[in-house]
Structures are given as C-alpha cells and as structure tokens.
Write a protein that binds this ligand. Structure first.
Ligand code: ADP
Ligand code: MG
Length: 677
C-alpha cells in the first residue's frame, strides 16, 4: 500500500524523465495522479462490423491485417504507413502518419482491435491514425469504456491509463474519506474508493456519472468548509465607534462623484454604528476606490486610532503609499510604508512607529501581517484587490487589531453566491460611476500590417510629452508559444525602433527594488516607454500615460485586457489602447467587445459567455482555487447544499478535530495554504 502523498516513482514506467513530464500536468504524488480525472470517455464496449460502419463514425472494429504494411514518403517530413484490414464483412485501409516504425509492427494474419473515426474516399473506407490493440492482449482496453486524459508531450493516454491503473491498485484500502458518512448518505454519494475506481476504470457510464457527482460535491464541500473556517466578523460585536465626518470637508484635487460620496457616507455610517464594519467596495477600474478609502482613514486616524492598507504587490503598495501620504498628510496623518524588500534599518524604524502609534496609517504588502508587526490601536483594515491574497492572509490582518473595521476593495464583479463564500456575510457598496472628465479610451484591434503606423503613433505620443505602456504576455522567449518576449522586445525597441527614446523594462521576475525603481522612473516621467508583462495590470496609476499597446492580445482574457486598458485614460489627455491580434478572426471577434464597450461589468459577462466559466473562474479572477470538475456557475445548487453541510460540520466540530474529520481537516489545511497572489 502506497502513501497517497508520496511520490509515484514506484509505478512501473515512471522514471526521472516521466516524473518530470507528469509534473507538467501537476502530477507529483499518488494523490495527484488519482485526482487527474479524465476529460472524456470513449465507448469501446461494442465492436462493429465493418460493413455497417458509416462515414464519419467513431467506432471500434475487430479485424485481421490482410496486406503487409507499405511505407511511402509523400514529401519531406511526411511518411505514411498503410495496410488493409478485413473482418469478413468488409475491409478498410488503415493509415499512420510519420510513424514509420509501425511498418514492422503489423503482420498479415494478425487480429487487432482498431478504434477511430472512419472516412471514405470513393468506394473505400479509410481509418486514419486509429488507436489499436492486439486481440487477446493482456490488460486490453477494448470492450471497455476508455478514459481520455488531457496530455502533454512525453505523456500518452496509454501511459496514463497504465500508470493510473497501478496507482489505483496501490492506493490505501479503504480509501480515506473526506465527506462525512452522514452527508454521503443524505446526498446519496458513493464512497471515495469506489468513485476513484469508477471514474478511471468505469463499469458503465452510469457509474461515471455517480462518481463525477460525488467529486463535484466533494470539491465544493471542501471549498465551502475551507472558507467556513475563516472566522467572519460577528455582526453583533461592538466595534470602535468612529464619529462620522462630513465627506465634503475632506479636501481633494477633484470633486467626488455621486457614487464615491454615497459609498463614503455608507462607510462612515457603518463605522459610527457601534458595530464592526464588514464591507466590500466594488467598483470598476478607475472608479476611484482609493479616495473613498482615504476618507475612511481620515475619519479613523482623526480619532487617534490606526489604519492599515494592504495591497497585493510592492508596486501597488508603493503607489498607494505616495497617493495616500499626499492626500492625508495635510491632516497631520503620518503614513509609513512596509514591504518585504525594505532595508533592515528602514523596516525597524517603520515597525517602531507602528508599535508606538507614531504611525497612523501603514501601507504595505502582506509584509504587514508578518509576526513581528504590532499595532498600538488598529481600528481599520483595508485590503485592495483582496482576491489576490491567499485564504489565510485575508483574516490575518484583522487579527492584528481588536475587532477592527474591515473594508475590502475589488474591481472584479462577483456573483452574490460566490461573494458569500469568499468574503462571508458582508455589506456591499458599489461605485457605478466613473469620474467625469475621464475620456473614453479609444480602442483599436489591429494586425501586423499596422505595425509601422502604430510605431509612428507611439513616437507621436511621446513627442507630445506623453508616455506609453507596451505589454507582452511572456517574460522569456518561449519556443512553444508564438508570443512576444518582453526582454527581447524591449531590446529591439531600444536599439532599432526607438533608439532616441527612453525605453524601460518591467517584469515579474525582477527584484522588488528594481521593479520599484523602474516604476518610479516611469511615474516620474523619466522614461517614455515602459515595456512590461502584466505586472502593471492592477491599479498602477500614471496619469501622463496615454497609450497602451498590448502584444498578442489574443492570449489574454477580456477582463484582464480591460484592467490593462484602465492604466491609461487617467489624466486629462485623450488616451488610446491598441490591441495587436495574432489570433485570427475568432480572436478578433472577442477583442471587438473591448472596442465597443468600456463597462467592466458588461465585459466580464461577455468573457464568461465566450470563454466559459472554467477560464473565467481561474484562480486569478476571484481568488478561488481551480476546480477540477465543479463548475462554479453551473453547480450553484450543489454549492449551496455543500455550503450548508459545511456549516453543520463546522458548527459541531469547528476545529475539525474529530477523527472522522481528519481527512477533511487535511484537505482544508492544504487549501488554506494555497497562496493565490
Ligand atoms: P480604482 O477604483 O481603479 O482603484 P483609483 O482610486 O486608482 O481607481 O482612481 C483612479 C484615478 O482617478 C486616480 O488618478 C484618481 O486620482 C482619480 N480620481 C478618483 N476620483 C476622482 C474624481 N471624483 N474625479 C476625478 N478624478 C478622480
Ligand atoms: Mg485601485
């Protein structure tokens, strides 16, 4: 019996190389292997007579090889192995491409099962590139329902079938069960062990359905339990009472929008109510969430209490630090920055200021939640783009204070059911208005033929004193994807295209201090063009930037492109977004959505429609872990049921300490430690 969390090298056929290949599929342990569910099934339970096969049909036949295979070279790089097979009722021509070694595999007189899609040319039936298996072979898949797995180079379906079969044989018996017995019975869900066997080696399609139903429930149940363990604020708790201030007395370089004013008033009312505030401030890119947050900080710090503001990246923390210091400085509010990359002396000074209460506001990355940060009187915690933080990080900040008020800010619209899981029961304020005077960013979808014109346009923007972002999807040149590389591209721009302009480079693999320096140069107008990966995606604010050029735009989701586009059009000058499309007509249709609307909510629902929930609910978007089988949109009913059961389990056993919850506890722990940023 093998350890589920141990390696898989004990499996026949898995050596160092194969282990690496499997790792590309996320398979490192026996548990991963067994949890690698088929994407589809092929039904080979019935064998068809060739005479009855129809063109275009995908079926299994049992036939004898009747001619010796011939090998023909059609042209350079294209070999064909060809032979005829017959089952007495009819015959067909089997062909294989670029697998010349198969010429010696098949001998006349031998019987094989062939499985594939038949085509017809004139009177002849053809069977190109079928799956095959010698009749009577050991471990035969024919006559069975065969799982089809997602593959990668070096890993074939045959190989996975054999590896998983061995894995199933070696798995502990009984298989550790995550779903409590009573819940399983109530929802009529099969046991884990049976389900793993049936999903990989099905008896029939009905048992596949049962197994899948179980795993969907399991995924959602573990998810709901994980989020359920986060101690959401007790609404009845008494919190700091912050006397409301008049929103209009807060001086800003601009007039607040109606939505900002409403939201700020709601927040003030919450904080003055005597209960602890738990509120989500949701507003599209550029709707001005930061100013609303600043007003809250102003109210709290005016009472001599402290606030903390946590951002997902150093670049953003830096930027918020500058903005908030500027806004709040005039009120005597002292702001300090705290990030992971600060020098020891700076850090010590910041920590001391936080502990003595000399610092009123701390802006930083998740460095704020590390153990040695002690607040004197933390009364308000604000998290920006909270979905980018891991599950644990989300509550850790609140725990730094004594029931502080909580404000989370997000630009991503989230269905209510999901918001409940992610954030718990919270109130929502929405900024549904973009500050006036903000111009629509004109958006163009272009092809390579426009390259020179766009380069001239870039130069023109710079000559007019503006700045330009160029975003590429990759860091290094990647041979397998035809995507532009930032490094190489920046070099090319520097030396060939814009040798007279100041071109800077920013990507996620750079050291934090380097990144900061680059961002500071760009924000300070010391560089003209910033070539970057998507690290500029969230929140970066450089009002003088008027042009966003995105290479290989087809690689990005619409919501992500919308976020990127939101980096321009922040100042007074007319701004533009150019999307280079290398993805053909289909991609163009998708990208046109951006051309036609600026509404983030509309864009994300289009994204959902066009790409499907699998992509949309990727971990980046909502901070939820990737689901293997469950569809967070389609399986809402199951989600509600799972959530209810999770609540019941946690009510009786909040620490999941009971022996019957040990497997659940393990899974919840694993999920909690997934950091999603
Ligand atoms: P987001 O909601 O995306 O976080 P920000 O808070 O970064 O948006 O604000 C985007 C830009 O709009 C900033 O440059 C900010 O100064 C500016 N801004 C915010 N509110 C207003 C307003 N009411 N009028 C004009 N500009 C505003
Ligand atoms: Mg923001």
């Amino acid at each position: 019996m093998a350890d589920l969390d141990g390696g898989i090298r004990f499996i026949k056929g898995i050596g160092e190389k194969k282990a690496k290949d499997l790792s590309k599929l996320g398979i490192n342990t026996l548990r991963d292997l067994l949890g690698y569910f088929p994407r589809d099934y092929e039904d080979r339970t019935s064998v068809k007579r060739i005479a009855r096969v129809e063109e275009g049909e995908r079926v299994c036949i049992l036939a004898s090889v009747v001619t010796a295979p011939s090998l023909a070279r059609i042209r350079r790089g294209l070999d064909i192995v060809k032979f005829r097979v017959s089952d007495g009722s009819g015959s067909a021509t089997v062909t294989f491409f670029n697998q010349s070694w198969l010429k010696d595999r098949f001998k006349p007189g031998e019987d094989y099962y062939f499985y594939g899609k038949f085509t017809r040319s004139g009177a002849y039936l053809n069977l190109p590139s079928p799956e095959y298996e010698k009749f009577g072979a050991e471990g035969s898949e024919t006559g069975a329902i065969v799982p089809i797995y997602r593959l990668t180079s070096g890993v074939s379906n045959k190989f996975l079938l054999s590896a998983i079969r061995q894995g199933l044989d070696a798995a502990p018996d009984p298989f550790p069960e995550v779903i409590p017995e009573s819940v399983r019975r109530a929802f009529d869900l099969p046991h884990a062990g049976w389900s793993y066997r049936e999903i990989h080696r099905p008896t029939d399609m009905d048992s596949v359905a049962s197994a899948r139903r179980r795993f969907v429930f399991e995924e959602l149940f573990v998810l709901a339990t994980t989020f359920g363990t986060i101690k959401h604020r007790e609404r009845e708790y008494s919190g700091y009472v912050i006397p409301p201030k008049k929103v209009d007395e807060f001086r800003l370089p601009f007039a607040l929008t109606g939505a900002q004013r409403r939201a700020a008033a709601e927040l003030m009312e919450d904080m003055g109510s005597g209960r602890v505030m738990t509120r989500l401030l949701q507003g599209d890119v550029g709707s001005g969430k930061t100013a609303v947050a600043a007003i809250c900080v102003w109210a709290v710090c005016s009472e001599g209490l402290q606030s903390a503001f946590m951002a997902p990246t150093e670049i953003l923390a830096e930027q918020h630090f500058r903005t908030l210091s500027d806004m709040l400085g005039p009120y005597g509010i002292r702001t300090v920055l705290l990030t992971g990359s600060m020098k020891a002396a700076e850090r010590r000074a910041a920590l001391a200021a936080i502990a003595t209460g000399e610092a009123d506001l701390v802006v930083g990355t998740h460095a704020i939640i590390s153990d040695n940060v002690d607040f004197k009187s933390l009364a308000l915690v604000i998290t920006d783009e909270q979905h980018r933080f891991g599950v644990r990080q989300r509550t850790a900040l609140s725990e730094k204070g004594d029931k502080p008020h909580v404000l989370v800010m997000s630009a991503t619209p989230i269905p209510r059911t999901l918001a409940l899981i992610i954030y718990g029961d919270l109130d929502v304020s929405i900024l549904n208005e973009i500050p006036s005077g903000r111009q629509k960013v004109d958006t163009f979808v272009v092809g390579e033929d426009m390259r020179e014109r766009i380069n001239r346009f870039i130069r023109k923007q710079v000559e007019e004193g503006h700045q330009v972002f160029i975003v590429c999807p990759m860091i290094e040149e990647d041979e397998t994807q035809n995507a532009a590389s930032v490094k190489q591209y920046a070099e090319e721009l520097r030396s060939e295209v814009f040798p007279d302009l100041r071109v800077d480079l920013l990507h996620g693999k750079m050291k934090a201090a380097e990144k900061e320096a680059v961002m500071a140069r760009f924000a300070g107008g010391e560089s003209d063009i910033l070539v970057s990966t998507t690290v500029v995606e969230v929140g970066v604010d450089v009002p003088n930037a008027t042009l966003m050029v995105i290479e290989n735009a087809e690689h990005f989701g619409l919501s992500q492109l919308h976020q990127l586009r939101g980096r321009v059009g922040r100042g007074k000058a007319k701004s533009y977004c150019v999307l280079f499309n290398q993805g053909g007509a289909e991609a163009e249709e998708r990208l046109d959505v951006l051309k036609n609307t600026n509404d983030g909510f509309k864009i994300s629902s289009e994204d959902l429609r066009l790409r499907g929930p699998g992509d949309f609910f990727g971990s980046r978007q909502h901070g939820l872990p990737e689901m293997r089988l469950a569809d967070l949109r389609g399986d809402m009913e199951t989600l509600s049921a799972a959530q209810k059961q999770a609540e019941l389990v946690l009510r009786d056993d909040p620490e999941l300490a009971l022996p019957e919850h040990s497997e659940l506890r393990r899974r919840v722990r694993a999920l909690q430690s997934v950091s999603l940023s």
